[in-house]
Design a binder for this molecule. Sequence first.
Ligand code: CA
Length: 230
Amino acid sequence: MKRVLLVEDERGMAIMISDRLASVGYQVVTAASGTDGLRLGLSQPFDLILLDLLLPGRDGLSVCRELRRRGVATPILMLTALGDVVDKVVGLRVGADDYLTKPFATVELMARIEALLRRASPPNHGSLMISDPYRFGDIEVRFREVEVLRAGEPLQFSPRLFELLRFFIQHRGETLKRSEILDGAWSPDSVPAERTVDVHVAWLRQRVEVQPTRPRFLLTVRGFGYRFVG
Ligand code: CA
């Protein structure tokens, strides 16, 4: 089932859109402010984000820009008011994929949504869609090239360490147990000890943290495991 995040403060509009989407089988999560929309968009996987422009808390442009800056690559359809020509241009520049002007016919909305979902690939498997390259701090992760740069300089990464970093990025914000990390970043035929995770996390910290002993990105969650917050 496709999951859609709807960020819209007009209650009537939010109900109309979410009812329509639900009636054709989408799962809709709604947020009535930009702040809530951003929080949800950063912490949960969605297939599509519908983002109103004028919102309390934080406007749609700022939410869109921040989602992109933090590496969320989920397709975003901006909902703008009639006559906001300038905003449309800015919206696309901050990383929205398409825009639709209110008032719109629901059939038009559904067509745009389906087009964006078709274009979005690959299908996400319960993880956040992440941008390529993905940046945090002064680190740039290039998935296609299998490269990690720090301040523009390539870092030494073994394939295993790269997979581990990819796994952390895909699950950022989540507290992960050592056993989950082993399941996600090691192949099923190798059965390393959980201590292996600690060793690899230490190596990862030496590469991506400014102060490996006082990590900002790869946090230890005492008694549980690790959490990546880049
Ligand atoms: Ca609004």
